[in-house]
Design a protein around this ligand. Sequence first.
Ligand code: UTP
Length: 300
Amino acid sequence: MADYVPVTKAVVPAAGLGTRFLPATKATPKEMLPIVDKPAIQYVVEEAVSAGLSDVLMVTGRSKRSIEDHFDRAYELEETLDAKGDKERLAQVRESADLAMLHYVRQGEPRGLGHAILCAKHHVGDEPFACLLGDDLIDPRDPLLQRMIEVRGTYGGSVVALMEVPPSQVSMYGCAAIEPTGEDDVVRVTDLVEKPPADEAPSNWAVIGRYVIDPAVFEVLENTPPGRGGEIQITDALKELAGRDAEAGGPVHGVLFRGRRYDTGNKLDYLRTVVQFAAERPDLAGEFIPWLKEFLATRT
Ligand code: UTP
């Protein structure tokens, strides 16, 4: 087996306009919207750290301050909580600042996810890296990124996460044409199409927001013209890598994910996510679930 360079860095693109969540996202990135009491992006950084990646680069946009502040120390707040002896809240406030080695790069203009990833080129250098979308949450009980890093270790190249979706939803995702490998949860990706109409989709396996990417992607992205929606699409660059052999930065494999994923980038899925997280919180569920049942009973 080839000796592949290990994955040590994570890139979290959070520079999109978040138009599906306006007006909340006018001055706040959607990645900062709280899932109960923690911004979505903190769950994502925690996931990177649990997969062994503590070097995290955030690609931020216009409203980057709230992200930087959230992952920084907050001395005034800490002093006040300390003076009150409120150790529990003090620990909560410090937690996000102590999580990882965070770095920031700014995407001047939101020219697409592919362009956001290209902004990470200087920091990442010539190493494979993980990319985690800041509005897509994976349940820590169903670890996905660790498996993807393992698969990169076996096959080299890049690895995408694939989730089966109903045909009516394929047009919302990048979609993969796949071939089996000897492993149950791993496929070879032979083609990728961004947001295809249902009848043109190569399969029901949709690309979700976790990637392990070979650094050859940077050269490809530099030469990738704007695609669907006028944006530079990571799907187009990965499609190119899927057709290459190992010496040229290919191939692309997919890990078939059958665990729990929570989308927070649109209003309806966000609401579902918050309710599910609240219903599992030991400090809230006891009051929240009976209230929710009663509320629903009065609505039907
Ligand atoms: P989305 O397409 O979900 O984000 O991008 P968006 O464009 O912000 O959302 P809508 O469609 O307008 O509501 C997926 C991820 O890529 C990031 C987003 O922040 C999100 O995490 N992204 C997207 C960038 O960082 N830069 C971009 O130019 C586009």
